[in-house]
Design a protein around this ligand. Structure first.
Ligand SMILES: Nc1ncnc2c1ncn2[C@@H]1O[C@H](COP(=O)(O)OP(=O)(O)OP(=O)(O)O)[C@@H](O)[C@H]1O
Ligand SMILES: [Mg+2]
Length: 316
């Protein structure tokens, strides 16, 4: 592990045996080089300048390296530069200087790829799945359209692959015939995750994917991401302003403040013994207790109960 490398110790990279024999599910675990870092950010800088205002150093000399097969958490308060860094990684925001490589390929090269070659490198899941799903397209079609970039499937094969991906995100096959507006926020987010997995990316960047959801549904989505990760072994940069959520899902975290990474390493160690004053302020603000005083994100029985409620259709 290099000086800046995070992630990798939990279930390094390989999809678990649970995915053996699964069709779309198994293939959704992206092909990746198990030696090379899945993400390498080298001295990346982005500054926004506006006339009459101080320039904002949104990404200020950031370097990091992420081992494949890990979920690494990126946490920081609003305006710390998380989304700007995320956009740089997926090629939506150019760097002023520095470089970013995903699975060994410079993001500027990735931008020149087309179709499944491009889709298979890095995918982003956004905070608001409603804006990333076409309101006029049934959700099964939205997933099928991604599968079409890979394979020439006939109608039955396509339906079966779509259903398999829906099953993977714990949704019934019938949901495929519904439109995004007919689904709850949590269900839409699970469709966005299924769509992302259908592209089999080497790296998934998840930017505040639970922030717009009710607390009960947040726990369900976090739980789902965790179990999918155990099953498929994908690589994910999980971004949130919520340290409790990041700690729940990631073994290793990066703490971002005013465009810089101020602390990095094992999540439990950082939460228990934060060294940086900014991290200390985040730790003291973990809002993870529900009305009854239970730790919402860490009570496995509560999470299991919520999950049963979702499976039973009580929470949508
Ligand atoms: N296109 C832009 N033009 C000018 N300034 C920008 C632009 N995008 C972001 N910024 C500024 O860069 C800084 C970092 O913004 P960014 O959205 O990356 O933060 P964030 O950590 O994702 O915040 P949040 O938690 O609210 O999503 C902020 O000061 C923001 O106002
Ligand atoms: Mg953001």
């Amino acid at each position: 592990m290099t000086r800046n490398q995070v992630g990798g110790s939990r279930g390094a990279a390989r999809p678990s045996d649970a995915s053996e024999g699964r069709g779309a599910a198994q293939r959704a675990a992206a092909a990746q080089d198990h030696e090379r870092p899945v993400l390498e950010v080298d001295d990346a800088c982005v500054t926004f300048s506006r006339r009459g205002a101080e320039p904002v150093h949104a990404v200020d000399h950031i370097s990091l390296s992420m081992a494949p097969g890990s979920i690494v958490g990126l946490v920081g308060e609003s305006g710390s530069g998380k989304s700007t860094l995320a956009k740089c990684i997926v090629g939506m925001q150019p760097l002023d200087s520095g470089s970013i490589r995903v699975n060994g390929m410079d993001v500027r090269q990735v931008a020149k790829l087309r179709g499944h070659e491009r889709a298979g490198v890095v995918q982003m899941v956004f905070q608001d799945p409603y804006s990333s799903l076409n309101p006029r397209m049934k959700v099964g079609e939205a997933i099928g359209e991604v599968l079409d970039t890979y394979e020439d499937l006939d109608g039955a094969q396509r339906r079966s692959s779509v259903n398999e991906l829906l099953d993977l995100v714990r949704l019934p096959a019938g949901i495929g015939d519904e439109y995004p507006s007919q689904l709850s926020g949590g269900m839409r987010q699970r469709i966005a995750v299924a769509r992302c997995l259908a592209a089999r990316p080497s790296l998934i960047v998840a930017d505040e994917i639970t922030s717009a959801l009710d607390v009960s549904v947040q726990a369900v989505v976090l739980n789902l991401i965790s179990s999918l990760h155990r099953e498929l072994g994908f690589s994910m940069l999980f971004i949130s302003h919520n340290l409790a959520a990041v700690r729940y899902i990631s073994e290793d975290i990066l703490v971002m403040h005013t465009g810089r990474i101020v602390e990095r390493g094992n999540a439990e160690a950082i939460v228990r013994h934060p060294r940086d004053p900014y991290t200390r302020s985040l730790v003291s603000a973990i809002p993870s207790l529900d009305d009854a005083g239970r730790d919402v994100l860490y009570d496995p029985q509560w999470v299991a109960k919520q999950r049963r409620a979702v499976d039973g259709g009580e929470i949508r």
